[in-house]
Ligand binder design. Sequence first.
Ligand SMILES: Nc1ncnc2c1ncn2[C@@H]1O[C@H](COP(=O)(O)OP(=O)(O)OP(=O)(O)O)[C@@H](O)[C@H]1O
Ligand SMILES: [Mg+2]
Length: 252
Amino acid sequence: MKNTIEVRGLRKSFKDTEVLKGVDFEVKRGEIFALLGSNGAGKTTVVRILTTLLQSDGGTAAVNGFDVASKPDQVRQTISLTGQFAAVDEILTGRENLIMIAKLRYLKNSRQVADDMLQRFGLTEAADRRVSTYSGGMRRRLDIALSLVGKPQIIFLDEPTTGLDPEARIEVWKIVKELADGGTTVLLTTQYLEEAEQLADRIAILHEGRIIASGTLQELKKMFPTTKVEYVEKQLSLEEIFLAIVGKKEAI
Ligand SMILES: Nc1ncnc2c1ncn2[C@@H]1O[C@H](COP(=O)(O)OP(=O)(O)OP(=O)(O)O)[C@@H](O)[C@H]1O
Ligand SMILES: [Mg+2]
């Protein structure tokens, strides 16, 4: 099976608002796939459907070959989700959070797993402090660490770096790249175009309920001719391509 995630004609409405009007895309094994879109475009809705938290109204979605609607248990066994808003327990310490998840995943060596994660995410010193005392960046790192416990094959990261400072953002990028290098499939959503540009093997732009463009950065760039200003070739940034695709052409 080539595609780890396959989405066809996915539809979802909330009351009278049609948020997804037929979304199609696929993610290959081991790739980093970025779903781009403005606020309210429906990125989180797509992630929630793919992670079995929400039912679609139509179309199909399969993760690791399992249909999310009819085989949610099998889907859940191979994925993990870091939601848009940190899901760490504030009262527990970082270490306790990790041990709890390791136990929930039936890992035998939960203490060792927690120690390894704390080390990898630079949280060893803060390990025994309550999460309520952590900075936003530390929470985000812990949140991602929690989602990696048990080595899931497919990871969903919904806006993993929103609210992080540039340094913490680069740190998260490094972690995501390492994951993909190790064979994990990553689907991330972002509003930061630079993030997609830096990280993603392929990018899809969700706009007005559909994927209106997708491909590698190079492929997206080819959709627009480079502009020449006094013999100097200007390479378009993903931001310019994004704005052009979603119809704000004056940006170029
Ligand atoms: N449970 C819900 N009930 C009603 N409307 C909802 C619900 N969930 C999402 N919506 C609406 O669906 C649309 C898409 O929301 P969604 O959270 O998927 O967008 P998003 O692309 O993730 O946005 P953001 O970048 O702000 O996170 C929005 O208009 C939102 O108000
Ligand atoms: Mg969202």
